[in-house]
Design a protein around this ligand. Structure first.
Ligand SMILES: NC(=O)c1ccc[n+]([C@@H]2O[C@H](COP(=O)([O-])OP(=O)(O)OC[C@H]3O[C@@H](n4cnc5c(N)ncnc54)[C@H](O)[C@@H]3O)[C@@H](O)[C@H]2O)c1
Ligand SMILES: [Zn+2]
Length: 679
């Protein structure tokens, strides 16, 4: 190696280290001081890990001022500084069971003891607080700050109900001096309420409950803090003069007796396997809690062992955070594509640099419509944060504006249809742009795809790829053509052998008897979804009867409003549609509702349900159809009028809303009990 300049890998590493430190400093400042992070924690953690790796590989580049060597955060201006009696540390991270095992192995090696007892706690996503009690009275509350000096927020801390102002008398003498560590946090319902109020007042929204809690605690006027619902869970003891403790768990017991709130999910585990099992049991359960957690914390129980292990510059060696998989990710919008849907609506989709998110690789995200893009100001080339809406469909949460270079391109809806080049028009009072060509090939293709899809005629093997080749070969021009297909036609198509051709024909044949309800939905009449289709089929029984229905008869039906009625009248006023139906009938498609639904007792009449999350055995569609069969209604959003929220695994914001409004939440078991009465 040459003196002074260093080798190329060295210089590259030095440059990357410098860049990572700059990024980490910038985002720490936004997070700890401004309470306004721009990137998800997972992204911050990724930079942090990369820096840790580089510093391990190039130890001579490690400096004491590196973010990896210090507890993050620094006291904000405006508050008196407060020196902790004993320092507060941060926590190291692991992201997998394997890493957790190596944490355990390190401890086993250092202590030379085989079996270690651990305590596992929830990692509450709030901010650390150090409370000092002198002779039993709360004298100081201070934020963690840099771990040595924090901000004195005593006045604000006193407004939190779950923090005792004086220690309760117990059956042991009160400690002379006691430092209690814990997490101040904002329950999700309070966070949602606060952000709604701020939105109404036109104030900036908090990114998440953690930042809202931090912002609320850092108010110079305690009356403002008092108005924000903050809560507190204990997770540690600092100085404790006059108390003898042997284990962490015993310490928590002592604090409970002194009047503190201990999280009920704190668990004593006799060995590392029990720790792993308990961590596993939390996968997917976090949404059920009324507050946010970002992982679990594993701590060695024996205080002697803790002392033997000690601390690194930043973290205790006897504790680790087991972090959950990220629910958000950062990526780049490479392009914005337009898809023309069944009704001719142009839908923009973001083409993303592929990124891992909650267990899958994501390369597209829906952008909904032009308003959505304008509101979030999403440009081609932008760095964006994405998440999975309802755990399934990737969606853009926000743009990371600080990453803009100026080379990003604003997006505009095309003036002509990307499929047929006809003019595009924006519908009055709607967000949608539509292709004005009623014979747009995209329209036809999407109509065909919709007709065969699962919730419509459910024709197995007739997916988008096959339909595209059928349409390209000129074999199908409308949905009736599906029923005119012959085996040789299909077998001629690329990649479709004789056997699959026969299967496909059999599936098409079988679909003739799906019944009116599915057929009505499959025809793609504007505004007629599967629910309206079922109602219409139940009432009219045959397509011929429906075709001659008057407006009054339609709107007299529950849930058929004037918009749907007009659309049905319009549909059956078109000669080509009547001809299509008659063609379908001639080809043998059953246009009547054959299966007369058994009349169940309408025990849910007048009751409104909202469904959320994944139910253990039923699909949401099945649950909805049971509810409707028993006279109940299913609504998309929770309001005061909602009677029940039927919630499964990974229920999201609807569950929060229900809890906030005090709506009864039931699980699948309770739901089945409720409906059993109808039999
Ligand atoms: N998004 C951003 O821009 C940004 C910037 C800086 C930091 N961060 C995030 O902040 C965190 C790093 O900050 P950190 O050093 O405070 O570490 P940390 O928040 O990951 O872990 C340490 C903290 O966990 C808390 N905690 C919650 N429950 C606990 C329990 N049961 N036992 C012990 N402690 C518990 C304590 O407050 C403790 O200080 C990371 O999650 C990081 O992603 C994000
Ligand atoms: Zn078009």
């Amino acid at each position: 190696m040459t003196e002074g300049t260093g080798s190329k890998p060295d210089r590259d590493a030095a440059r990357e280290i410098e860049e990572l430190r700059r990024l980490l400093e910038y985002h720490s400042y936004r997070y700890y001081v401004l309470d306004a992070p721009e990137i998800p924690d997972s992204e911050y953690d990724r930079y942090f890990r990369r820096l840790t790796e580089l510093e391990a590989a190039y130890p001579h580049l490690l400096t004491p001022d590196s973010p990896t060597q210090r507890v993050g955060g620094r006291p904000a201006e405006g508050f008196a500084k407060s020196t902790h009696l004993s320092p507060l540390y941060s926590l190291g991270n692991v992201f997998s069971v394997a890493e957790l095992q190596s944490f355990h192995s390190r401890i086993v090696n250092m202590l030379d003891i085989e079996t270690i007892e651990y305590v596992v706690e929830l990692k509450i996503d709030g901010l650390a607080m150090n409370l000092t009690y002198d002779q039993g009275a709360l004298t100081r509350g201070a934020t963690r700050g840099d771990g040595v000096i924090g901000e004195d927020v005593t006045g604000n801390i006193r407004t939190i109900r779950s923090i005792p102002l004086a220690l309760r008398q117990a059956d042991f003498p009160l400690p002379d001096v006691l430092e209690v560590r814990g997490e101040v946090f904002m329950p999700r319902a309070a966070f949602n309420r606060l952000n709604r109020e701020r939105e109404q007042k036109g104030e900036a929204l908090f990114a998440n409950p953690r930042n809202a809690a931090a912002g609320s605690l850092r108010q110079l006027d305690p009356r403002i803090t008092a108005g924000r619902t903050l809560d507190f869970f204990v997770h540690g003891i600092g100085r404790h003069d006059g108390l003898t403790l042997e284990s962490y768990n015993q310490g928590m017991d002592v604090l409970r007796q002194l009047g503190f709130k201990i999280n009920p999910y704190c668990r004593l585990c006799r060995n590392i396997q029990e720790v792993i099992d308990y961590c596993d049991s939390w996968a997917g359960k976090r949404a059920e809690l009324p507050y946010d957690i970002d992982g679990l914390v594993i701590k060695v129980n024996s205080l002697d062992m803790q002392a033997g292990l000690g601390f690194t510059a930043k973290d205790p060696r006897w504790a680790i955070a087991f972090k959950f998989a990220a629910e958000q990710a950062v990526t780049v919008v490479e392009d914005i594509l337009i898809r023309v849907g069944r009704t001719g609506v142009l839908t923009p989709t973001a083409l993303l640099q592929p990124v891992r998110l909650a267990g899958s690789t994501v390369s597209r995200a829906t952008l909904h419509n032009a308003d959505y893009i304008a509101e979030k100001d999403i440009r081609i080339g932008d760095t964006v944060i994405i998440h999975k809406a309802g755990e399934i469909i990737p969606e853009v949460v926000s743009v990371v504006a600080s990453q803009r270079t100026g080379r990003e391109k604003s997006f505009e809806m095309p003036k002509t249809c990307p499929e047929c080049e006809s003019p595009v028009a924006r519908l009055e009072s709607e967000a949608a742009y539509k292709c004005t060509n009623p014979h747009c090939p995209a329209l036809l293709r999407e109509k065909l795809i919709h007709f065969a899809s699962r919730d419509a005629m459910d024709i197995e093997g007739l997916g988008p790829a096959v339909i595209n080749s059928l349409a390209d070969a000129g074999l199908v021009k409308d949905v009736a053509d599906f029923y005119r297909l012959q085996a040789p036609d299909i077998a001629r198509l690329e990649r479709l052998g004789e056997k699959s051709a026969q299967n496909l024909l059999a599936a098409i044949e079988a679909s003739k008897f799906q019944g009116l309800s599915r057929l009505l939905f499959a025809l793609g009449i504007r505004h007629v979804g599967s629910k309206a289709a079922a109602i219409l089929a139940r009432h009219f029984r045959t397509a011929d009867r429906l075709a001659v229905a008057e407006s009054e008869e339609l709107t007299a039906l529950d849930e058929i409003g004037p918009k749907i009625a007009d659309s049905i009248l319009h549909y059956f006023a078109q000669p080509e549609n009547l001809e299509l139906i008659s063609n379908l009938q001639n080809l043998g498609v059953d246009t009547t509702e054959t299966q007369a639904a058994p009349v169940a007792k309408q025990i849910l009449a007048g009751k409104t349900f909202v469904l959320t999350g994944t139910l253990p055995t039923m699909t949401r569609e099945e649950a909805a159809s049971v509810i409707e069969k028993l006279g109940g209604k299913v609504s998309a959003s929770v309001s005061k009028k909602t009677d029940f929220v039927l919630a499964g695994e990974q229920a999201g914001s609807k569950l929060d809303k229900a809890r906030e409004l005090g709506v009864t939440v039931i699980d699948e078991g309770q739901f089945l009990e409720l409906t059993a009465a109808a039999e």
